[in-house]
Design a protein. Structure first.
Length: 365
């Protein structure tokens, strides 16, 4: 992989830079990250277009094992913890003086912790190394969504494209209905998965080995400790710290759910027998190979290959022409998804075309 392509993955750090600069500049400058994410990035994405090239097969193993790519994600994990502490400190010292600043700062902050942070947590959570899984959980703790570590890996990747998957959006289901179903059912399903794991080991669900107990408590403890520590510094109780932490968390995982909605809208796997479905292949997720946004999102948009090969590292994910292709990168598609009539008008015809193609292929087979 070329030098500039390798360097491109550091572009994710542009977002926290904009948040920090926007805070110190004040007022409407707090919206710089929002403008970059949803106006500038979509325009640049369309300008630079799509890159469908793949890493050569004979080099994939070498590039996959390069420490450089893991190093970027490790840096991000450590950075985000410090970034969240800094955000809480900013709130505690009371320098956000207007609602304009509060809203802009919190929205921009969530783009960092949700848009980039959860993306990195997702990447690391699929890996076998203990340190990578630890960093994944750490990142998810900063957005109060630690159950995602269980539900995504042991739930979503097994049930994708089936009626049993909370994270697969249905045809004609708007994002807001999907959000309620995915967030609530995803959390409940994570409990079921963890309880089943403990049951197989002969342990009680009330055991300290129940990860869901800790995953529920850790964000609360983090908020409580941060509030207490910063209250000492401020000389008064600053409840705004906890309010800010949980508000940015909700916005962050809402961004994740928007991505889930876009990635899986209406895609269904064929039921080969009652309760059994065809194996997951690159045709079972929407794909986007827009070059610029894939740098910012560590190639998350090559989601088709990720679901077919979940263990694969981001830098060697492949583009497949046969995968259903999104008309734009995630930033653009997220904006469209929050307006259901526009989303349905753009995506339903593409979805029907995909289903028609699959039906034709299955008929020939």
């Amino acid at each position: 992989m070329g030098f500039f392509k390798k360097l491109g993955f550091f572009s994710a750090f542009i977002f926290p830079t904009l948040v920090i600069a926007g805070y110190y500049l004040g007022d409407w400058w707090n919206y710089m990250a929002v403008i970059h994410a949803f106006i500038i990035l979509p325009l640049v994405d369309q300008l630079f277009g799509i890159d469908t090239s793949n890493v050569p097969k004979d080099k994939a193993s070498i590039i996959s094992n390069e420490l450089y790519y893991r190093f970027i994600t490790y840096i991000w994990a450590v950075f985000q913890v410090g970034f969240v502490f800094w955000g809480c400190y900013v709130v505690a010292i009371g320098t956000l003086s207007t609602w304009t600043e509060w809203i802009g700062f919190t929205l921009s902050f969530a783009i960092v912790t949700g848009g980039i942070g959860i993306t990195v947590a997702h990447e690391l959570g699929h890996k076998k190394a203990v340190i990578e899984r630890f960093y994944s959980k750490l990142l998810l703790m900063t957005v109060s969504y630690m159950h995602f570590y269980i539900e995504h890996n042991r739930g979503h990747h097994v049930l994708i494209g089936t009626p049993a998957d909370p994270a697969t959006s249905r045809k004609n289901e708007n994002f807001y209905a999907f959000w309620v179903r995915s967030v609530i059912q995803g959390y409940i399903h994570a409990w079921h998965l963890e309880n089943d794991r403990l049951s197989r080991k002969g342990k009680s669900v009330f055991s300290l080995d129940n990860a869901m107990i800790w995953f529920t408590l850790f964000p609360i403890l983090f908020a409580a400790i941060s509030t207490a520590a910063l209250s000492v510094i401020a000389g008064t109780v600053v409840w705004e710290v906890a309010i800010f932490f949980f508000t940015q968390s909700i916005l962050a995982f809402t961004l994740l759910e928007l991505v889930n909605y876009v990635e899986h809208y209406g895609i269904q796997r064929k039921e080969v027998s009652p309760g059994r479905y065809e194996r997951v292949t690159p045709i079972h997720s929407w794909n986007s190979s827009h070059v610029v946004s894939n740098f910012f999102l560590f190639k998350l948009q090559r989601h088709s290959d990720h679901h077919a090969n979940a263990i694969k590292r981001y830098q060697v994910l492949d583009h497949y022409d046969e995968s259903p292709q999104l008309p734009a990168g995630y930033s653009t598609m997220i904006l469209i998804a929050i307006f259901p009539p526009l989303w349905f008008a753009m995506m339903n015809s593409r979805l029907e075309k995909w289903h028609g193609e699959q039906h034709t292929k299955n008929s020939i087979a």
